[in-house]
Design a protein around this ligand. Structure first.
Ligand code: C2O
Ligand code: CU
Length: 468
């Protein structure tokens, strides 16, 4: 589908809902309202798309705080379904995690829920629906959550002068601009790579033009909010320097290509080396190495600023995470199932079922031989213990595994020590390439553990672990 310029439709700003009585600053609870709206996602000339939104727009409003500050939002459910809001990647108190049915009751249509938590770590995060997320996120319920460094990083020697958030999403649109609704929950999608769309948007626009000035140095906060699409990305003619993954600072390193699984984020720095008035494409590998433009850096006519010329300054390393690998608790997560997976049996509702029965029950994947039963945790761990979790993918598909409430370190891939030992909250696990991760179980509660290909999550790749 050729992509041209477009506009965002409805854009209602969040209203302040005040309790009756004398107004005090700490009483103000801003609303985050989920409701249907229209958005012009498709190219000009196609119809607007009926979507589900936070605050009337896709993506939802960018929430921005400094590390250590509170986020407070009264979620108001204006949808025809139960919902809840998950604050992806935030090391949050369990009761605020927004996992409907696990950490809170689902919020019914017309209902509200007050979220109030501290965002401890600076970085690029996001929020999204966590009830029927395979449908609700695919309909648009996601937005950026940016936690700024306590000491401003921008504007210092070697940093960027400006930052831009790029939230990427993948939509399955029909000719008339509406979402392809009949295929929500399609088991063929779920048993393969998930619900892949035909239109990738940046900040809710296909072929978005990101205004830049020649010579400036930018920090791009890139978020993959797709429900299934793994996104290999490049910036035409620009050398990117990676500075953070899933919110976590990394030692700056060149990144010609960035691969983001669903839910993953990358922060990169670019020098705007293009000429005034020029354009450079944001390129996505749509599969089979076929790179397509999904938007562009649009250079304004202003004369070029002098290039910075100094190496990119690292982000401050803020989070300490003293892994105790001497006294580690070892756990395994074996992924099985899906198309061409050869899964014979898995447990469902406590009983072993053959693959035909699993298909009939729409549970075609399994974690450790269990197809999404939630009665038993995958593992339990005492508070403060280090867990080393080996993720084994015995399927024909890639999976983006996400842990709630914790950040982990990637120790090894395919049996080889990972040179970067990046810290993340979501890791892409390829078939037959075991990934070892480790984390300190320092956040008490019951935490979800799932594939962030949301159709996989709904059809068996979901479990939980208990801390404390
Ligand atoms: Cu991004 Cu269980 O979530
Ligand atoms: Cu998966």
């Amino acid at each position: 589908m050729p992509l041209t310029r477009r506009t965002l439709l409805a854009s209602a700003s969040a209203a302040l809902a005040l309790r009756p009585g004398p107004m005090r600053a700490q009483d103000a609870m801003p609303e985050l309202r989920a409701a249907p709206a229209l958005a012009q996602l498709a190219p000009e000339g196609y119809g607007a798309t009926p979507v589900w939104t936070y605050g009337g727009a896709v993506p939802g409003p960018e929430i921005r705080v400094h590390a250590g500050e509170r986020v407070r939002r009264r979620f108001v459910n204006g949808l025809p379904q139960d919902s809840a809001v998950h604050w992806h990647g935030i090391r949050i108190a369990n009761a605020m995690d927004g996992a409907a049915g696990v950490t809170q009751d689902p919020v019914p249509p017309g209902g509200t829920f007050d979220y109030d938590f501290v965002a401890p770590d600076p970085g690029t995060y996001w929020y999204h629906a966590h009830a029927r997320s395979w449908e609700q996120v695919a309909r648009g319920l996601a937005g950026p959550l940016i936690v700024e460094e306590v000491e401003p990083w921008l504007g210092q020697e070697g940093t960027a002068t400006r930052e831009v958030t790029l939230m990427l999403a993948d939509w399955r649109l029909q000719e008339n601009g509406t979402l392809h609704e009949e295929s929500f929950g399609d088991l063929h999608d779920w048993s393969h790579g998930g619900r892949l769309g035909n239109t990738v948007t940046i900040n809710g626009r296909s072929d978005a033009a990101i205004s830049v000035r020649a010579g400036e140095r930018l920090r791009l906060r890139i978020i993959n909010a797709a429900t299934a699409r793994i996104m290999p990305l490049r910036l035409e003619g620009h050398a990117a320097t990676l500075i953070a993954l899933d919110g976590h600072p990394v030692a700056p390193r060149p990144a010609e290509e960035i691969v983001l699984a669903p839910a993953q984020r990358a922060d990169v720095v670019i020098d705007c080396t293009g000429a005034p008035g020029s354009r450079a494409q944001v390129l996505l590998d749509a599969g089979r190495g076929e790179w397509v433009g999904i938007g562009s850096l649009a250079y304004g006519p202003e004369a070029a600023l002098p290039l910075s010329g100094v190496p990119v300054r690292p982000l401050p390393m803020t989070m300490d995470h003293a892994l105790d690998l001497e006294n580690v608790q070892d756990e395994d997560l074996l992924m099985e199932g899906g198309a061409m997976g050869g899964l014979r049996t898995a447990r469902l509702n406590g009983v072993d079922r053959d693959f035909r029965q699993l298909v009939a029950a729409r549970r075609v994947w399994a974690f450790n031989g269990v197809a999404g039963d939630m009665d038993q945790p995958a593992f339990q761990v005492p508070l403060g213990r280090t867990v080393r979790l080996t993720l084994r993918n015995d399927t024909a598909w890639a999976h983006g595994i996400h842990l709630h409430g914790h950040h982990f370190e990637v120790l090894s891939r395919g049996g080889r020590t990972d040179p970067h030992r990046d810290r993340r909250d979501t890791v892409l696990v390829m078939p037959d390439e075991p990934v070892e991760i480790a984390f300190v179980a320092d956040n008490p509660g019951r935490w979800l553990l799932h594939c962030h290909m949301l159709g996989h999550q709904a059809s068996g790749m979901l479990s939980w672990f208990e801390v404390g």
